[in-house]
Design a protein around this ligand. Structure first.
Ligand code: NDP
Length: 250
């Protein structure tokens, strides 16, 4: 059952990647508004500072971490720093993403493919590895992975991005299976088309006004952080407002 939204996150520590804009920005704001201290990760310092200003104005707190997620040792160090400073982590949102080039799969440049896999897959695995022990020290650990509908289809020209999201979902499901006996709950999200820079890059001809805003989508994704949530190893379809099991047709 998905949360009714009537929960607080006071005293919780939440790490959100891709917090400088788009869905990650508004999800960070949403978690901070509910009382969590947010560790906001991205490369663009200006975007992180705008987020910090908004969080402070709403009475919340954040720690800004300017970091390029292709820097794998830096992700490992981040886990160590969180352990030293806070001794645990309650929420981890692997949201940062890179679209790459929309083109026939055989035409994608090797450097674009490698960068996409580094940001969308390898950094996510590094995050899992470094946050697993920290999340298991929480009394209600939550891990959320931003996926996409294209992980479940074969949409022409979206090959590397779709493959990266399919990989993320399988890693999330595997980790959920391995963590079933713990308090950690791990789920993926299909946010659906959302009015962000990435969507505008993917669909330049589309009228962004027809799409849900990242703030609207973030409010729904935040429901997966409810400390009372029991679901794990599932896919939350934001548009349908439903948690899907992988053995159900969807
Ligand atoms: P945006 O492009 O608006 O934001 C992407 C975020 O990822 C930015 O904060 C960016 O920060 C960060 N990021 C990208 N590369 C790196 C990097 N190398 N190191 C650190 N941070 C990085 O994307 P959206 O908000 O649209 O997407 C969020 C997630 O949702 C993604 O995983 C995306 O695949 C997924 N999604 C989005 C959909 C949509 O319609 N918008 C639909 C389906 C899935 P910075 O550049 O500052 O580093």
């Amino acid at each position: 059952m998905i949360s009714d939204g009537s929960f607080r996150l006071d005293g919780k520590l939440a790490l959100v990647t891709g917090a400088s804009r788009g869905i990650g920005y508004f999800l960070s704001k949403e978690l901070a508004t509910r009382g969590a201290h947010v560790i906001a990760v991205a490369r663009t310092v200006g975007g992180l500072e705008d987020l910090d200003d908004e969080i402070k104005a709403a009475g919340g707190t954040a720690t800004l971490v300017p970091l390029d997620l292709t820097d794998m040792p830096a992700i490992d160090r981040l886990g160590g720093s969180i352990h030293e400073r806070w001794g645990k982590l309650d929420i981890m949102v692997a949201n940062a993403g890179f679209l790459g080039t929309i083109s026939p799969i055989g035409h994608v440049e090797a450097k674009v493919f490698d960068k996409l896999m580094a940001i969308n897959v390898s950094s996510v695995w590094r995050l899992i590895r470094t946050t697993d022990p920290l999340l298991k020290l929480s009394d209600a650990g939550r891990a959320i992975f931003l996926s996409s509908g294209v992980a479940h289809t074969a949409r022409a020209y979206w090959g590397p991005y779709a493959a990266s999201k399919a990989a993320v979902e399988v890693m999330a499901r595997t980790w959920a299976e391995e963590s079933r006996q713990t308090r950690l709950r791990i789920n993926s999200v299909n946010p659906g088309a959302t009015r962000t820079a990435m969507r505008a890059q993917a669909m330049p001809g589309e009228d962004p006004e027809t799409l849900p805003t990242p703030a609207e989508v973030a409010t729904k994704i935040a429901l997966l952080c409810d400390p009372a949530l029991d679901a794990t190893g599932k896919l939350y379809d934001v548009r349908a407002g439903k948690l899907l099991s992988y053995n159900e047709p969807n």
